[in-house]
Design a protein around this ligand. Structure first.
Ligand SMILES: [Mn+2]
Length: 245
């Protein structure tokens, strides 16, 4: 993809995994918007919530004048639509979704920037100079216990509350997203993923796969394949996006 003043390479892969019957993850990866949503709710309602979230954010894809505030406002709009959909269709009442990702925005200095947003326990990682760092902080019961010093990261990975999300779209009147604004650096990659990746693949393996696979689509697929190979106990969705100029 190449457009005036911005170019990225992007790869997207998803898999239902080995256990689940439905893929309740959704993603949008084009233009200015690169997001993953992981739906929650019985009777396939989760896939309704995640689809609404991804497509609502995707409405911003052709905008080249976005600010981080525009992205946050669109999260609020997605929340509203999920709640209204649940009211209109009682079968899906109570559905919710995580939403995380990266958006190309105009930074404070007028130059291009990445806005990273997060609600829930999907994640954004930054891969730069061979090092992988987690940008987002999970909104989960176990992360709160880690933050307070009650659990180590290793203990959190196997704790029974590890799937309990404390912030999401669809359950709060005004969800409060975390945001980070980072400079666009050519060659840096961001990995946007559902927890179906991070519950199956350790950060060290994510980093080594990113180091081995140069093509972004092949890298996204390799990460999904690793999650399925390691157990595939959840739906898994991965975006790999890299600024090229
Ligand atoms: Mn999941």
């Amino acid at each position: 993809m190449s457009e005036a003043g911005r170019s990225v390479r992007v790869g997207l892969a998803t898999d239902v995994g080995r256990v689940r019957e439905h893929n309740e993850d959704a993603a949008f990866a084009r233009g200015s918007i690169f997001v993953v949503a992981d739906g929650m709710g019985g009777h396939a309602a989760g896939e309704v919530a995640s689809a609404i979230a991804a497509s609502t954010l995707g409405e911003l894809a052709d905008r080249t004048d976005l600010t981080v505030d525009d992205v946050v406002a669109q999260l609020t709009e997605a929340n509203h639509r999920i709640v209204q959909s649940g009211i209109a269709n009682p079968r899906t009442w109570g559905m919710a979704t995580t939403l995380t990702g990266a958006a190309l925005v105009v930074g404070e200095d007028g130059g291009r920037a990445w806005a990273i947003v997060n609600l829930g326990d999907s994640r954004v990682y930054r891969y730069a100079a061979g090092a992988l760092t987690q940008v987002t902080v999970d909104h989960s019961e176990v992360q709160e216990m880690v933050n307070r010093g009650y659990l180590t990261d290793a203990e959190a990975r196997v704790h029974p509350l590890r799937h309990t999300v404390t912030r999401s779209l669809g359950r709060d009147r005004v969800p409060v997203a975390d945001t980070w604004v980072l400079p666009v650096v050519v060659g840096e990659r961001f990995v946007v993923c559902s927890d179906g990746l991070t519950n199956e693949v350790l950060d060290a393996q994510i980093a080594s796969l990113l180091g081995e696979v140069a093509d972004v689509q092949a890298a996204a697929q390799a990460l999904v394949d690793a999650a399925v190979a390691n157990g595939g106990r959840d739906n898994v969705t991965v975006i790999v996006v890299e600024a090229t100029d």
